[in-house]
Design a protein around this ligand. Structure first.
Ligand SMILES: Cc1cc2nc3c(=O)[nH]c(=O)nc-3n(C[C@H](O)[C@H](O)[C@H](O)COP(=O)(O)O)c2cc1C
Length: 205
């Protein structure tokens, strides 16, 4: 089993990296393979609603989104880590997640999801809630921890001082490993839940 971790911070060794590495180490201790992709230092534009992906199965912009999509398809879980910018995920995280989830049509049912928010002071809950919504529209169970997944720090490295935040990350790693095993067992025993053909109902009346 393997978990794809996405670092949306522009900083390779910033606080988001510290938080994600804490989850990653715990997952690996539990025998889960991990793959951490740094997207926050890439030039990622937003979705232009061209719907190229609906006919081509990939985004019209051939960048890190398309490069990461096959790893997401193979992964059993996705963890997105974003610094908090103005009480939201940063623009790179939002552009990446919107285009990744819109442009990929493979079934994400029962892949686990988790969001991690890193802030100096405020907006972590809003960021956490925002990022979790990609999972809840995709049949992806959210893995929780002993607290909401947030780690505090301003300057790179300060996150190491947030003992409770790092504990939350380690617990997230252990809980995710448990859920991955449980879902694997359940898939073997029961198979994936049946999917209905999708009904689009637009509220235009
Ligand atoms: C444009 C910008 C907006 C920010 N907005 C917030 C904010 O709303 N709340 C907050 O607590 N920290 C805010 N921060 C601080 C970062 O979230 C914080 O420094 C974080 O540790 C950065 O993580 P990184 O080292 O992984 O990049 C902001 C930083 C930047 C650059």
């Amino acid at each position: 089993m393997n978990v794809l971790l996405i670092n949306a911070s522009p900083k390779t060794n910033g606080n988001t990296a510290i938080a994600l590495q804490e989850v990653q180490n715990e997952l690996e201790k539990q025998g889960i393979e991990t793959n951490l992709v740094h997207i926050g230092n890439k030039d990622i534009r937003g979705c232009i609603a061209c719907n190229y992906c609906s006919t081509h199965g990939k985004c019209v912009f051939n960048d890190i989104v398309n490069e990461t999509a096959p790893a997401f398809e193979k992964a059993d879980a996705l963890i997105i880590g974003s610094p908090v910018y103005f009480a939201n995920p940063n623009g790179t995280a939002s552009a990446f997640m919107q285009r990744l989830f819109y442009s990929t049509s493979f079934d994400k049912t029962m892949k686990c999801g988790a969001a991690v928010a890193i802030a100096r002071r405020g907006g972590s809950s809003a960021t956490f809630d925002d990022l979790n919504r990609y999972f809840t529209i995709s049949g992806m169970p959210i893995v929780s921890s002993s607290y909401w997944n947030m780690v505090y720090g301003r300057l790179p490295g300060e996150a190491r001082q947030d003992g409770e935040g790092l504990e939350t990350m380690r617990t997230l790693g252990r809980n995710m490993a448990f859920m991955l095993h449980a879902i694997q067992d359940a898939k073997e025993k029961y198979g994936l839940p049946e999917r209905e053909p999708h009904t689009m109902t637009n509220f235009i009346r």
